[in-house]
Design a protein around this ligand. Structure first.
Ligand code: ITT
Length: 185
C-alpha cells in the first residue's frame, strides 16, 4: 500500500481515482513537509523526501506542482502555493492584464519512495490562462486554466475529464508504467 502524503484533498481525489483505474490503491496521509526555495519542482520533492524518509514507514508518494505562466518567465512555478494564497485566481488575472501571451503550463513532479529507493515522475499540461474565472470544481488555479484543445477550464471539468488531460494525470501514467515494470521483474 502506498501512502500519498499531501495536505491537498483535490490532489488526493485526482490521483486516487486515476490509480484505481490501474488497480493501484493508495491511502491519504494528511501531513505537510518542508518545501525548500529553489527553481525546480524536482529539487523540492527530493529534499522533502530526505525529511519524510525518517518519518514515514513503508512506501509513500509526494506531489509538487506549479503553474508556469509564459508572460512572467515561468512565474509563479515553484512559488505557486504562495502566489495562490496571496493573490488567488483574481490577482493572477489582474497581473496578466494586457500581457502579450496567455500561454501557461501546469507541471507535476511525483516522488515515490519504495524500499530504499526514490523514483521521480513528471507530467505537464499546456494551455492558456482564461480571461475570467469559470467553474466550481477542482482546486487552486483550476478556474483560470484552459488546457490546449479544450473549451472548458479545469474547474468546469469532472475529475474524470481533468484526469484525461492534466499534468498530474500524466505523472500518474508514468508512475503506473513504472509499477508495471517492477511487477514484471
Ligand atoms: P501539498 O504540498 O500538501 O501536496 P499544496 O496544495 O501545498 O499541497 P503544492 O505545494 O504542489 O501543493 O502547491 C502548488 C500550488 O499550485 C497550490 O496553490 C495549488 O493550489 C496549485 N495547484 C497545483 N496543482 C494544481 C492543479 O492541478 N490545479 C490547480 N491548481 C493547482
Amino acid at each position: 500500500m502506498i501512502a500519498f502524503v499531501t495536505t491537498n484533498e483535490g490532489k488526493f481525489r485526482e490521483v486516487s481515482a486515476k490509480l484505481l483505474e490501474a488497480g493501484v490503491k493508495i491511502v491519504h496521509e494528511d501531513r505537510s513537509y518542508p518545501e525548500i526555495q529553489t527553481d525546480r519542482l524536482e529539487k523540492v520533492v527530493r529534499f522533502a523526501a530526505t525529511v519524510l524518509d525518517d518519518q514515514i514507514r513503508g512506501d509513500y508518494l509526494i506531489d509538487d506542482s506549479g503553474l508556469f505562466i509564459d508572460a512572467f518567465g515561468g512565474f509563479p512555478g515553484v512559488y505557486s502555493s504562495y502566489v495562490y494564497k496571496r493573490l488567488g485566481c483574481a490577482g493572477t488575472l489582474k497581473l496578466l492584464e494586457g500581457a502579450r501571451t496567455r500561454a501557461a503550463t501546469f507541471e507535476t513532479v511525483f516522488l515515490l519512495r519504495t524500499t530504499g529507493a526514490h523514483q521521480v515522475f513528471h507530467g505537464a499540461c499546456q494551455g492558456i490562462i482564461a480571461e475570467a474565472e469559470r467553474g466550481r470544481f477542482g482546486f487552486g488555479f483550476d478556474p483560470i486554466f484552459i488546457p490546449d484543445g479544450a473549451a472548458k477550464t479545469f474547474a468546469e471539468m469532472s475529475v474524470t475529464e481533468k484526469n484525461a488531460v492534466s499534468h498530474r494525470a500524466r505523472a500518474v501514467e508514468a508512475l503506473v508504467a513504472h509499477l508495471r515494470t517492477q511487477k514484471e521483474s
